[in-house]
Design a binder for this molecule. Sequence first.
Ligand code: SF4
Length: 92
Amino acid sequence: MTHVVTSACVQCKYQDCVHVCPVEAFKEAKDYLVIDPDECIDCAACIPECPKEAIYADSDLPDEEMDWLEKNERESPELPIAEGNSPVLADS
Ligand code: SF4
């Protein structure tokens, strides 16, 4: 099991999730975050922190967001660890 960032994060990046994650599971792309399934410990702390409701447990992932499960897994190894201090795109 893992948790998954979905399409609502695109052009948003509030990053509240990053600050509550007890491990360094969030990775940062240019205009969204993803969760590394090899790092996520399924604590669920990040879910209520997202103002866009972009984060789901993989078992709760809506059908229309299923492609983000693979996207999080595929992109995580190549992206830097999110520090949580990038500009919030939703406010720009
Ligand atoms: Fe981090 Fe927990 Fe969210 Fe996984 S479920 S990304 S460990 S805060």
